[in-house]
Write a protein of this length. Structure first.
Length: 231
């Protein structure tokens, strides 16, 4: 298996997913004593062309989750390569009708992809992680079936923000929550190539499907207020 591993946290120094010629998806699974249970499928979001990664969209009823070839490939990718208990993400490439395994990695606590997946499915992966650590078997049954999106907002140029905030009345309908990631006075830069860049803020949306989440998140930059000087 080859390829670059997408970072799972919105933090500086991480490697973000490349905008591959073919779509990439992440299958997040819980591994418990050799049993691999896929929980949800996350689609990395790009602005288009060769633009950098900017978030994830997850649909609890994603048809890929029900495909035997997907679950079979994910389980084959895990064969003896990871510890017996934990939460993992398998990166798959969709090339025409063919699925290819790219890489597998542990999912870190607080990962951006987990936040989107938990909103879409209602499955508490933090609790699952604690149960696994205690030697138990976690309950992975979905509590809801909807879609959720996580979107990172970057500066258009290198800046050192004096303040970053959302205009709450201007937030689009469907936005479930927001978070400011930038710190006043610290340099922030847009992503370049496969570099991570420094996101100013994060938006989360919940909707009936992926399209509804994108409709909520696409205008989100218009509600972000940034006062800054050049870095």
């Amino acid at each position: 298996m080859s390829g670059r591993w997408p970072a799972l946290l919105p933090a500086g120094g991480e490697q973000w997913p490349e905008n591959d010629e073919h779509p990439l998806v992440l299958v997040v699974s819980v591994v418990c004593d050799g049993r691999v249970s896929p929980v949800f499928v996350a689609h990395p979001e790009h602005a288009g062309g060769r633009d950098p990664f900017r978030g994830y969209v997850v649909e609890a009823s994603d048809p890929l989750l029900r495909r035997p070839d997907v679950s079979g490939l994910v389980r084959a990718m895990h064969g003896g390569t990871v510890p017996g208990r934990g939460i993992t993400a398998s990166v798959l490439r969709l090339k025409g009708g063919e699925l290819q395994g790219v890489r597998i990695a542990r999912v870190r606590e607080g990962a951006l992809v987990v936040r989107a997946g938990e909103l879409a499915t209602g499955t508490d992966l933090d609790r699952a992680r604690a149960v696994l650590a205690g030697g138990g078997v976690p309950d992975l049954a979905p509590r809801r079936r909807c879609a959720a999106g996580a979107r990172l907002l970057y500066p258009a140029r290198d800046i050192a923000p004096d303040s970053v905030e959302f205009d709450v009345p201007a937030l689009p309908a469907g936005v479930w929550g927001t978070e400011i990631l930038a710190r006043p006075g610290e340099p922030a830069r847009p992503p370049a190539g496969s570099g991570a860049g420094d996101p100013l803020a994060l938006g989360l949306a919940v909707g009936e499907d992926a399209a509804a989440c994108r409709r909520a998140l696409d205008p989100l930059p218009g509600a972000l207020r940034v006062r800054a000087r050049r870095s």
